[in-house]
Ligand binder design. Structure first.
Ligand code: ADP
Ligand code: ASP
Ligand code: MG
Length: 532
């Protein structure tokens, strides 16, 4: 039997703020309570939505740690928990779905046996009481039986529709949710698993669905609020949702972060906490730049830019639902809950601006539409992007050079095949007339992005970026800088990506504390900046 850490997790400054601190969540709460007092309504306890990622529920010990965090938060106010699949499970489900599509039915029994064993073993380590365990085991068996039917159907038809893939890939969250709810119950805090298919309503865009917030708000009030009022912690499946007709959808890979802020916005939560396996948002992915430093505070815009440009720590849409209301999002380490983590707010860290972090995206493809007629083709951009929009392919960078008679843009490699096909169709008449010579793709690239608010306030960021990479002999094949100046993005060869990140991290002294970065540059550097 796994031993729970039942004591309250070390309280830190942030948690103390609920009652008497100085930070945003208190201010929000004070305002709400002031309003409540005027209207003679009962005071509102603070509501926190907290999400645990795959590694944070990776095994029984991790789930027990997550449950202890939930318990200590539940002692302070209302909590809604969002949970991902146990780490690696979603990848295994997707892989099995593709193998079943290829007619390999042997994978089905193997995967289901492994998942049953893994989740049952975890359950046994978490729940002492046999009848309670049997109840959870029954719900796990029902989900696994559904998975078996879905995979058998796929193998039989040798067809994997986006709709079926959503049903299959979302199974992991349906297996992990009852485990975490059981672990929270085990600590004496009443908790129930809830399927997000009953709460988050989305459009029918399988694999990348977007929430319908009005309907979600109504469902969240109906399904979650009554539980909160009774002091029960709902543990909601991340990643998955359903259309208004109840057809299962998913929010895209890494989508549990998005589930958390969708629910946070729908319920008017005071904050959302994303518990993960790193200390917060770092100045770069620590797997690429080991000396990356944790950022104390960052703005919605900066964090969104990082997420959009590949920082896996956040799903790209995570901040959308909470930005308008200005609700803070925290990124914290479930393996080190005593650390404060990163706070994401409207203003971010107010001291100045400049380069805050770097990010890189691999698994991207540069698409080029080229030919002698491109210059005269006034609607080439409109037609290209109508094609990508129809596929909901995210365009990460665009560059046009009329002298070279081509436009190029970068999309996720997962969208490469469909995008090339759609573009060839869109430009079929021009291809026949040879006004457009080719629609080609290159997947041997990566995007490196330099991110920070108010970069225009710090002269020469672009110059320093190019000079530093030039000194290292790193070739840049396309550049884009948005007018918002939140980022400068560069396309480099995939195999030069890490070198580019290490070089730029040093160049912008990102391993030093923020206050040091804001200090005046050395005279030599300042001159170089002005020149560039
Ligand atoms: P979870 O399973 O908790 O959702 P993810 O693996 O999706 O966690 O995201 C956390 C990972 O994101 C970290 O382990 C880290 O390698 C990666 N990452 C990429 N960029 C950053 C960054 N700028 N700051 C922190 N982590 C980052
Ligand atoms: N389990 C899903 C994935 O692996 C969602 C998530 O982890 O946020 O993509
Ligand atoms: Mg994630």
């Amino acid at each position: 039997m796994f031993e729970f850490e039942t004591g309250t997790a070390p309280r830190n400054k942030k948690e103390d703020e609920y009652g008497n601190g100085e930070c945003t969540n208190i201010c929000d709460r004070a305002a709400i309570n002031h309003q409540a007092a005027r209207e003679r309504r009962p005071l509102m306890p603070p509501l926190c939505v907290m999400k645990f990622g795959g590694t944070s529920v990776g095994d029984a010990a991790c789930i027990a740690r997550a449950a202890a965090i939930v318990k200590s938060a539940a002692a302070e106010g209302s909590v809604v928990v969002v949970v991902s699949a146990m780490s690696g499970v979603t990848n295994r489900l997707i892989d099995a779905a593709h193998r079943a599509e290829a007619g390999d039915a042997s994978v089905i029994t193997k995967l289901i046996g492994e998942l049953r064993e893994q989740h049952k073993k975890t359950l046994e380590a978490l729940v002492r009481d046999a009848p309670k365990r049997a109840e959870v085991e029954k719900s796990l068996s029902e989900v696994l039986a559904e998975l078996e039917r879905l995979l058998q159907g796929t193998a039989l038809l040798r067809e994997l529709t986006p709709r079926a893939l959503d049903s299959i890939s979302g199974i992991g969250e349906r297996l992990s949710t009852p485990l975490l709810a059981a672990a929270v119950n085990e600590l004496g805090v009443p908790s129930v698993p809830v399927s997000a298919t009953d709460v988050i309503v989305t459009d029918p865009h399988h694999g990348r669905a977007e929430p319908l917030m009005d309907r979600t708000r109504v469902r969240a009030e109906e399904r979650l609020r009554p539980l909160l009022k009774k002091g029960i912690v709902p543990v909601v499946t991340g990643f998955i949702a359903a259309t208004p007709d109840g057809v299962p959808t998913t929010l895209g890979r890494g989508g549990s972060d998005y589930s958390a802020t969708i629910l946070g916005a729908a319920l008017g939560a005071h904050e959302t906490v994303i518990w993960t396996d790193v200390d917060g948002v770092k100045t770069a992915d620590p797997r690429i730049v080991p000396e990356a430093r944790t950022i104390d505070e960052i703005s919605y815009n900066e964090a969104a830019e990082l997420a959009y440009y590949g920082a896996k720590v956040l799903h790209p849409n995570t901040l959308r639902p909470v930005t308008a209301a200005g609700v803070p999002v925290w990124i914290r380490n479930s393996f080190a809950p005593e650390k404060l983590g990163t706070k994401i707010t409207a203003r971010g860290n107010s001291n100045g601006g400049g380069v805050k972090a770097l990010t890189a995206i691999r698994g991207v493809t540069m698409i080029t539409v080229g030919g002698p007629g491109i210059v005269g083709l006034t609607d080439v951009l409109a037609r290209s992007f109508a094609a990508t929009a129809a596929l909901r392919a995210n365009v990460l960078l665009v560059s046009q050079s009329s002298s070279q008679n081509d436009i190029c843009f970068v999309i996720s490699s997962a969208d490469e095949k469909q995008t090339v096909e759609a573009l060839r169709q869109a430009f079929a008449p021009e291809i026949a007339e040879q006004t457009v010579e080719h629609v080609s793709s290159n997947s041997g690239i990566a995007i490196v992005a330099v991110v920070g608010e108010n970069m225009h306030g710090i002269p020469g960021v672009a110059g320093r970026t190019f000079s530093a990479l030039g000194r290292e002999g790193i070739n840049i094949s396309a550049i884009a800088q948005g007018s918002s100046e939140y980022n400068i993005s560069l396309v480099v060869d995939a195999n030069a990506m890490q070198r580019a990140m290490l070089t730029l991290h040093k160049e912008f002294r990102l391993n030093e504390p923020a206050s040091a970065i804001q200090q005046p540059l050395s005279p030599g550097r300042a001159t170089a900046d002005r020149v560039s």
